[in-house]
Design a protein around this ligand. Structure first.
Ligand SMILES: [Zn+2]
Length: 270
């Protein structure tokens, strides 16, 4: 069995630790810092076997250099799009730290986990953004969040809409591991958009109860997101109507609905 454990980092990041059965070798996704990873490894007598990176934002890569100083021979796998293409961010990983760079259609073999992940390109939050998909799981970084999605940094609304649609096409039971604990905040916005959506109201109550007890609200599933995430529900009449109300015009394309929702959330809610 593959177990996935969150290690909390920075203010609200999760570094996901992947482990096969009782193996002492683990793989991690998006180490924004090294100290909590090194502590987790020491506390549990584990060794690091590989690092996966979804995109080159500092809060996903900031721990790589220090981890490599402790584990110099492990592979670091990240986007094949150069960091210089990731506009608007100065906090970038030096791309030389990647042992292998990957893109759409590539497969990442992880012998220590006895598994492989398919790579999807999901630009929008940044142009280099990847998802790793396999074993009924998806690691989607800052593209899709529980009940929300990432902001647009170097990608466009069209790209983000297409990327979210790509994730929506995964089997509904796929477990979704994003990088931030934003679920309850995101549900607040989802309730603004769809105040009558019973699935959102029920989820809001359930996730709030978890948050009060300090329980991680992730993973989600693609199916739950399809029911409760406004950014995955662009064609729902209520969602479209609210986006049009915000934009004060008729929106004909999904990406226009997306852009209005994203701008509304950025301006009025975040
Ligand atoms: Zn990011």
């Amino acid at each position: 069995m593959l177990t996935i454990t969150p290690v909390a980092a920075l203010s609200d990041n999760y570094i996901w630790v992947l482990r096969r059965d009782e193996s002492s070798q683990v793989v991690i996704v998006d180490p924004g810092e090294s100290a909590p990873v090194l502590k987790y490894l020491a506390d549990n007598q584990l060794q690091l076997a590989a690092i996966l990176i979804t995109h080159q934002h500092y809060d996903h890569t900031g721990g790589v250099a220090e981890l490599l100083s402790q584990y110099p021979y492990i592979p670091v796998i990240g986007p094949n799009r150069a960091a210089s293409d990731v506009a608007l961010s100065i906090d970038l990983l030096i791309p030389d730290l990647f042992t292998y760079t990957v893109g759409e259609g590539d497969t990442v073999f992880l012998p220590e986990l006895e598994t492989k992940f398919d790579v999807l390109e999901i630009p929008g939050h940044t142009l280099d953004h990847l998802a790793y998909v396999g074993e009924g799981l998806v690691f989607c970084g800052d593209t899709l969040f529980a009940a929300g999605c990432g902001r647009l940094f170097s990608g466009s609304a069209q790209q983000m809409t297409a990327s979210i649609a790509k994730l929506a096409g995964l089997p509904v039971e796929t477990k979704m591991y994003c990088t931030h604990e934003y679920t309850v905040d995101n549900l607040g916005f989802a309730k603004w958009v769809e105040p009558e959506n019973q699935a959102i109201l029920a989820r809001d109550e359930a996730e709030m109860a978890k948050q009060e007890k300090g329980i991680v609200t992730l993973p989600s599933t693609i199916g739950l997101e399809l029911e409760t995430n406004p950014f995955m529900r662009l064609q729902q009449p209520q969602v479209k109507m609210m986006a049009e109300k915000y934009a004060e015009k008729v929106l004909t394309e999904d990406w226009q609905v997306f852009a209005a929702l994203r701008e509304w959330k950025d301006r009025k809610y975040d």
